[in-house]
Design a protein around this ligand. Sequence first.
Ligand SMILES: C[S@@+](CC[C@H](N)C(=O)[O-])C[C@H]1O[C@@H](n2cnc3c(N)ncnc32)[C@H](O)[C@@H]1O
Length: 338
Amino acid sequence: MSSITAAAPSTQHEDGEGAENLGRGRQVLVGERGQAGEHDAVEGEKYGRHAVCSAESARAPGFSRVSGTLEIPLPEQQHFRSNASMTHVGPADHVEQNRRFWDDQAAAWHGPLARDHWAQVEPSWGLWATPESQVSLLPDDIEGMRTVELGCGTAYVSAWLARAGAHPVGIDVSEKQLATARAMQAEFGIDFPLVLGDAEKVPYEDNTFGLAISEYGASLWCDPYQWIPEAARLLVPGGRLVFSRYSPLFALCVPSEGPVSTTLSRTQFGLTQLNWGDHVEFVLPHGEMLRLLRACGFVVEDLIEIQAPQPARDYPEVSADWAQQWPSEEIWKARLAG
Ligand SMILES: C[S@@+](CC[C@H](N)C(=O)[O-])C[C@H]1O[C@@H](n2cnc3c(N)ncnc32)[C@H](O)[C@@H]1O
């Protein structure tokens, strides 16, 4: 296994009234997502790479139930391709590092935002608050469906699913995020299981859920070669996988500090793991993501590149102007064959 990691950034953030951040490790300010005219607190971060992958089990062709390893051959050049600011040192344990980051820092930024999200009537997705009516992420037959939210955070997505008639389960590695989720459950009178754990190893049986969903949760914070086979294992045949994350273009153009620019900051060959010093994110390029999904038995039904609306607010990591010209985030929809 090889990995490439970017130099650690200096991390700082201003105190605001609270901070919003959808999946991202970057801290963003309070207020409705996607709306213009609000100010942001800030953060920094960085990047790297990771090659082979394992999973407890999966339906993937190429997955060995004996070794528990999903092996997807990578082109030789992708194993060690470094950018100027990168080193070949990766975090020993991204799950533990990210758990600490969320428990020690990021959960405090998210907590104050939970109530507004829980109170929302129509679901909207991602940084740009794209309405459900535009992207149709939720299956038509959601009523009565068992769903799992991988990296649920404050679990507002699962709350929306519950209101739509689903039977959700949320899993998250951060005790503090789940504490906020529990408080919201009590306040809004919506109850469903919240599981403290790693979305790369979910303590549920095979073939349990009709939908696995992640809005900047496992989709950003977990190793795709772990969490996607795990999602395949959890889903019933024909089950849906929906997730949103930063786009690879965003990942290529975001510098070590400051907002995403129009200059490529790193190479695409070798891009996978983004190491920001105190936390790790994953953004697999499109071809690799497509091959991974197919290897895990998924049929990809859509890849929606999100354009920021007009007007829209700026975020520390991406301005509305940038995201009106290029996609800063994207949504994948896939269905498990069978
Ligand atoms: C930004 S939140 C995404 C959830 C929600 N959509 C939101 O915006 O608040 C990212 C979540 O991923 C969780 N997370 C990070 N690594 C994880 C892992 N290995 N397993 C489960 N959850 C994880 C974090 O604790 C955090 O709550």
